[in-house]
Design a protein. Structure first.
Length: 293
């Protein structure tokens, strides 16, 4: 019965054409091959975290560590000059605050561009979208000088505060989502005396929750891996996030690749947990973004 389909109720079953089954099989083979290709670097990092230093770059590659060095993880975790818990807190604080700022600012700006009528709305939105075409390195020096004159260097202010002023890509995404919401919902709320902020907060935001989760997950991932920003604006090691702390650890232990891979695994592990708990809403938001974005 697995190779048969029913065209309509009561009709005789017919066999799936061999050509379609071959195409479906090839698709699955390609998907499996692509999945393996994407997982190989992660698997190599994981097994290297359990290897002795001399086994990491052995030729041929040993795809399973023997013997398994469990002590690499506590050694990396407690290594002097690599305060993992401090770096973990810095990364969580940095990524969490940027995510909060991005979600708040982009959802409000997207709602304003989609629902509110004000002079120059379309022109301002065009300028916002046009900013996506400007490479970040072009504006880096003026922005750096601005933060220097404000006295923000050496703190997280240059990294966090700009997030509360929006991100052009996510503003565009939220605008597209809000434009798909029925206008009748807002009209009914206005008849009942609801303010525009009440309509935004209590009616529209719950309807675009999948988009908010997609925005939050992407922002958290990008910020968690950010290396350039902390490298430029932070100057004290106790301020480093994990991405920069891991680099500092490597500069001290250039030959301890087993400990290096253990530290990289510990850095990646929180993201795996985040995606595990958010995957349902994340995939739902990706699907809706593809349909309505």
């Amino acid at each position: 019965m697995s190779d048969q389909v029913i065209t309509r109720q009561g009709a005789m079953p017919r066999k799936i054409p061999i050509r379609k089954r071959i195409i479906a099989l090839l698709r699955h083979v390609v998907l499996i091959a692509v999945t393996i290709a994407f997982l190989m670097p992660f698997y190599w990092m994981l097994i290297s975290a359990f290897k002795e230093n001399t086994m990491v770059f052995s030729n041929p590659i040993k795809w399973f560590p023997n013997p398994i060095r469990w002590q690499n993880f506590p050694a990396a975790f407690n290594y002097p000059g690599f305060p993992f818990l401090k770096f973990l807190w810095n990364s969580t604080y940095y990524a969490g605050m940027v995510t909060i700022g991005t979600v708040i600012s982009c959802s409000m700006a997207g709602y304003a561009f989609a629902r509110l009528r004000f002079p120059g709305r379309n022109s301002l939105f065009s300028v916002t979208i046009a900013s996506l075409m400007i490479p970040g390195i072009v504006t880096f020096i003026p922005v750096f000088l601005l933060f220097k004159n404000l006295g923000w260097l050496g703190s997280y202010k240059p990294l966090i505060i700009p997030a509360f002023f929006g991100n052009a890509f996510f503003i565009f995404m939220m605008r597209q989502f809000f434009r798909t919401m029925p206008e009748e919902l807002a009209d009914a709320a206005r008849v009942d005396g609801a303010s525009e902020f009440t309509i935004f907060w209590r009616i529209m935001l719950p309807l675009v929750r999948p988009a908010l989760i997609v925005m939050a997950v992407f922002t958290f991932l990008w910020t968690w891996h950010d290396f350039f920003g902390p490298l430029i604006y932070l100057n004290q090691q106790d301020q480093y996030p994990l991405s920069l702390g891991l680099y500092a650890f490597r500069s001290r232990r250039t030959t301890e690749w087993g400990l290096m891979m253990a530290g990289a695994t510990l850095t990646t592990f929180p993201l795996v947990i985040l995606f595990f708990f958010a995957q349902r809403y994340f995939l739902q938001g990706i699907k809706l973004t593809g349909l309505k974005g």
